[in-house]
Design a protein around this ligand. Structure first.
Ligand SMILES: Cc1cc2nc3c(=O)[nH]c(=O)nc-3n(C[C@H](O)[C@H](O)[C@H](O)COP(=O)(O)OP(=O)(O)OC[C@H]3O[C@@H](n4cnc5c(N)ncnc54)[C@H](O)[C@@H]3O)c2cc1C
Length: 489
């Protein structure tokens, strides 16, 4: 009889783990607490609008990358899935001018040189770095000690190709973003490059620009929800069991080995369990006595969670396809934050996101405001605070785009509590902020103190995001194969 594997959570990591484990011949049950799969990788409808909640740029959307192979194997992407590659990646207003970051680094450089000839040297350095970084890509490798049908190896050639980029990568990784921006004399350029949340190292900026330069980092047709639904379909076609609306309350451990999970009304037995609920929350909630392996302790103590408040708006007006970030004449205030600049992602260029003549827009305010919203909830002010924030955004938007006045049909605010509610993540967090000197490389995922217990999900491969979740799922399935001496397919 096949060994039973239970996967807790149907986000990208859980779907990936379930697909690969099923393909390798295990009897797999995926338990997802929500009524849909996707976890953080989701979209939602309000009235006639579709709001994209996660994919802004997808690493591995280009068939030239190794990550693409995994997206393809899991059914997330394929030859028939259109990938949008917009020319302008980011746009801001600066003293009456529009400054853009383009996909092509040469085009960006030309544009910035025109704006600030005094920054010629630093712009040239940026171009050089981006071009050098194109030699690097997210490595997808097999874990040690597992039999693999089609091994994913880094060839000596690709390793040698990367070598010249490594010293610069190390240097940029040690630099905080803000210190890097200071190298540019023009304040507009400093602001334009400042698209990564506070605290990250400068390598994150260069890597993003590199991803775009290589023709990667596109947006798949249908967005996040459609993509994870395709993954769920792949899993079901393989004969995997998908239990929606099924929350796992506890992992059962007997004599140092997992034996199953406790649901609301029943118990399911298992030979191996892959936990993809966000790791910190899972440690707190899924165990009577959480495993105390040193790497889990380190993860819990050092992780800096990326958290946001996400705003989606449906406007009965045809707005531009690019809405440059602008400086507010009156800052938006909420929690202990003062938002001085705001920009929106416009879905005007995509079919099916809004009725004809209307536009779907989204924006995110970064920062961990979990405690503020939690307190507001406890004190019965949650809805009022959300309404007040919505009104401020509404006013700010209509001052800039008067055609929106009286035409904002939907304004929806997802707080860290919303994310926590729908995904069970610690503070509703969805990535890990990776600053200078933070841990590089993967956490082991395997729990030495409990046989058959594996952690997966974005936290295992910092800084997280969709490709990390995807790779972490595959890695966990390989660990299960290794445990039972099974060929990984
Ligand atoms: C606003 C926003 C923008 C983003 N932009 C990007 C981007 O542009 N590029 C990028 O790469 N990444 C982006 N991300 C991050 C990316 O979405 C996440 O890192 C990734 O989806 C995490 O996947 P995961 O499977 O590890 O975790 P999750 O998505 O959190 O999945 C965990 C799943 O487990 C389920 N679950 C939890 N507890 C239980 C339980 N006890 N029982 C059963 N089920 C349970 C949850 O419901 C959830 O479905 C963004 C995220 C957000 C929110």
């Amino acid at each position: 009889m096949s060994k039973q594997v239970i996967v807790i959570g149907g986000g990208v990591a859980g779907l990936s783990a379930a697909i690969y484990a099923r393909r390798s011949g295990f009897d797999v049950t995926l338990c997802e607490q929500h009524s849909i799969v996707g976890g953080m990788c989701t979209s939602w409808r309000r009235k006639d609008y579709l709001f994209e909640g996660a994919i802004h740029w997808l690493t591995g959307s280009s068939p030239k990358t190794q990550v693409y192979q995994m997206w393809k194997e899991t059914g997330a992407l394929g030859d028939n899935i259109k990938i949008y590659l917009h020319d302008v990646f980011r746009s801001i207003e600066w003293e009456g001018k529009i400054l853009n970051l383009y996909r092509s680094i040469n085009k960006t450089a030309e544009h910035l040189l025109e704006l600030s000839p005094a920054d010629k040297q630093e712009i040239r350095r940026l171009v050089k770095m981006v071009k050098l970084f194109t030699r690097m890509q997210m490595p997808v490798m097999d874990i040690k000690g597992v039999k693999v049908q089609n091994p994913m190896r880094m060839t000596l050639g690709s390793m040698l190709k990367m070598m010249p980029a490594l010293p610069i990568f190390t240097k940029m990784n040690k630099l905080v973003c803000n210190d890097y921006f200071k190298k540019f004399k023009h304040p507009g350029i400093r602001k334009l490059l400042n698209f990564i949340p506070e605290g990250y190292s400068a390598s994150a900026v260069i890597f993003t620009l590199t991803t775009l330069e290589t023709g990667d980092g596109g947006y798949p047709e249908g967005g996040s929800l459609a993509m994870t639904e395709r993954m769920a379909q792949t899993y079901k076609n393989l004969g995997g069991k998908l239990l929606l609306n099924t929350k796992v309350n506890k992992v059962i451990i007997e004599n140092g080995t997992v034996t199953g999970v406790k649901l609301e009304k029943e118990t399911l037995s298992a030979d191996a369990i892959i936990v993809t609920q966000e790791t910190i929350a899972a440690l707190d909630r899924l165990f009577d006595t959480p495993p105390n392996d040193a790497w889990l302790k380190k993860l819990r103590e050092t992780t800096k969670p990326a958290v946001c408040t996400f705003i989606s708006m449906g406007v009965r007006a045809q707005l531009p396809e690019v809405i440059p970030e602008w400086q507010l004449d009156e800052p938006i205030k909420y929690a202990d934050k003062k938002i001085t600049d705001i920009g929106f992602v416009s879905y005007a260029g995509y079919e099916g996101y809004a009725p004809k003549g209307c536009t779907a827009l989204t924006t995110a305010f970064m920062g961990d405001t979990y405690d503020f919203w939690k307190k507001a909830k406890e004190e019965g002010r949650y809805d009022k605070e959300k309404r007040e924030l919505a009104e401020q955004i509404n006013r700010a938007f209509c001052r800039k785009y008067p055609q929106a006045e009286g035409n904002i049909e939907v304004i929806d605010i997802a707080t860290p509590l919303t994310y926590e509610h729908y995904t069970g993540a610690y503070h509703g967090s969805w990535m890990t902020i990776q600053g200078p000197d933070d841990k590089m490389g993967n956490y082991p995922g395997v729990v030495q103190s409990v046989r058959g217990l594996y952690f997966s999900g974005h936290r295992i491969i910092p800084p997280g995001g969709h490709p990390s979740a995807l790779a972490a799922g595959r890695m966990a399935a390989q660990m299960v194969c290794r445990q039972f001496n099974t060929m990984f397919v």
